[in-house]
Design a binder for this molecule. Sequence first.
Ligand code: FAQ
Length: 318
Amino acid sequence: MSEEKIKDLENQFEERIARDDKIEPKDWMPEKYRKTHIRQISQHAHSEIVGMLPEGNWITRAPSLRRKVALLAKVQDEGGHGLYLYSAAETLGISRDEMIEQLHSGKAKYSSIFNYPSVTWADIGAIGWLVDGAAIINQVALCGTSFGPYARAMVRICKEESFHQRQGYEIMLTLANGTPEQKAMAQDALNRWWWPSLMMFGPRDEDSPNTALSMKWKLKRKTNDELRQQFIDQTVPQAELIDLKVPDPDLKWNEERGHYDFGPIDWDEFWQVVKGHGPCNRERMEARRSAWENGAWVREAAMAHADKKAKKSLNKAS
Ligand code: FAQ
């Protein structure tokens, strides 16, 4: 293709982005747009799948049948979210196998938050309330993202995440209104999950290499810092309502800004976790790899069945 033609296509593409048109898989797009979408959508998919592990840990130990049913449904939903997202990424020309290989080899990232352990039942409350709460804030913005399949997946995912967030908050509410031991357990979970939840939104804007281009192409509709602030402003009153204390001595409402000021985030810890040195990175990757290996027979059986069905319908047609 001539340089002039490419320039022309680029201009048309930028005009479509400016008009808030959705870009669809068969439309022309700059190679960098395609690649950055594969990066973000596949990492998002990996996060959903790895994110099943800390909660899956509690399915057999949920304190009642009602809690067990809700948790099972939630963990299953997360698996479903991973599948929509892998499908959305596949429309950009990468295969599911390639994405899984990138996860297993450590080339692709997944959210830092899932490298922390879930040690008590209150952690299941904190994950629903804080982790799903943070995920919703990020994902509501992504409903307006420029790539059609990603935006449409987000609409459905957000509806399910809002159920997840409420079931988590309700666990925290119940514990906070329970015995002094139960309330202390809820407070301890909030103490451990608060800062890692703030890290989920990614590095500060000035340290975020991908934000500028992703904002220009409307992959991101809000920056990491904007979303983090929105999460804090929304979550602090929820903690106050159930009489739990956010573990940040610098947290203070700033009348002038109309936002909460908050204390420094430990970015060294964040990068350590992202680079594979968090408390559970090794355990999470081992669980994913062994699930992949142990599930090989299911994939083979499904392929053999699909093959048999295709041959049968070919025979019928001839
Ligand atoms: N963890 O330049 P930026 C959920 C990486 S879903 C690990 O700012 P970007 C549901 C980043 O990839 C949670 N790595 O990057 C659920 C980049 O590295 P790269 C997942 C992180 O992409 C709930 C580098 O740092 N949600 O929770 C993290 O513009 C409960 C520089 O950063 C999504 O994925 C991190 N926290 O912004 C499931 C939402 N932050 O790729 C189960 C979609 C940054 O260049 C249970 N993703 N990095 O090698 C996004 O919105 C963006 O990708 C950000 C990062 C905001 C995460």
